[in-house]
Design a protein around this ligand. Structure first.
Ligand code: SAM
Length: 242
């Protein structure tokens, strides 16, 4: 689980990577991650391409393709919706309010504990189940061949449902002191989904230690790597290791 340095952004607080060189920079790191990841493990890459000269850079797309060519499976893309970001606009687009969380694995079959991230069904249930059609009562196999099928009436008695792949999380974080920390609920969600107690989680760009804090909370072991001594000290302090 990681959020690597942004492309060229916040370069005053830590080294930014030139977007044009991002794939070449990250690719050898991804190979090491593939080497140490268990066959049943998952790699979550939180990343977002900036707009440069009025258009989005394509390095995340190029990186995804490079990882696939290197043997990774690109299972899904989760969207982290930053629900507290202010609305606004640039000349030719609106303000960024989401980041990608790319999910890669080594194998088709990998560990995933979907029940660990179930959410309360919410009020939509009352309206949706008021009048069930015949189609709602049958298991409809998707014609798209994407393994998705449903029998809506099965959900009638349930209070908990599976979430979607859009995570609505505020950007606030407990881990102050790092300008690019993600909220602890982000690693908590993925760590619950893809690991169990006692498993090991690696964050190769640990910053202020948010992923490790999530591991402490969830009884997972952690390994963090950090280049900047100040952030290393911050992470150790946040984790009660100093
Ligand atoms: C986006 S921040 C990670 C923030 C982290 N998720 C948190 O919540 O605090 C990226 C971090 O990677 C570190 N970094 C940059 N290049 C690195 C490298 N080659 N090896 C290890 N860490 C590196 C930076 O110092 C920075 O703290």
């Amino acid at each position: 689980m990681t959020s690597p340095p942004y492309a060229k952004r916040r370069s005053k607080t830590y080294g930014g990577i030139n977007p044009d060189e991002y794939v070449d920079w990250f690719f050898p790191i991804s190979q090491e991650l593939k080497r140490v990841l268990k066959p049943t493990g998952s790699f979550i890459l939180n990343i977002k391409e900036p707009a440069i000269n009025g258009e989005r850079h394509t390095f995340v797309i190029q990186l995804t393709l490079a990882l696939k060519q290197d043997g990774w499976r690109w299972v899904d893309e989760y969207c982290w919706h930053k629900k507290n970001s202010h609305p606004g606009k640039w000349n030719n687009r609106f303000r960024d309010s989401w980041e990608r969380c790319l999910h890669f694995t080594k194998e088709k079959k990998f560990a995933m504990y979907q029940d660990a991230v179930m959410i309360p069904v919410g009020d939509w249930k009352k309206k949706r189940f008021k009048n069930l059609s015949q189609a709602d009562r049958e298991r409809n196999k998707s014609s798209l061949g994407n393994d998705f099928s449903r029998n809506v009436s099965n959900w009638k008695e349930r209070d908990m449902v599976y979430p979607s792949n859009v995570l609505h999380l505020a950007t606030e974080c407990r881990n102050r002191g790092h300008s690019a920390a993600f909220p602890i609920d982000l690693p908590i969600w993925f760590i619950k989904l893809f690991t169990q107690e006692g498993d090991v989680v690696l964050d190769p760009f640990i910053g202020g230690g948010t992923t490790a804090l999530a591991c402490q909370e969830l009884n997972r072991h952690f390994i963090g790597i950090e280049l900047n001594k100040d952030y290393y000290d911050l992470a150790c302090s946040n984790l009660g290791l100093l």
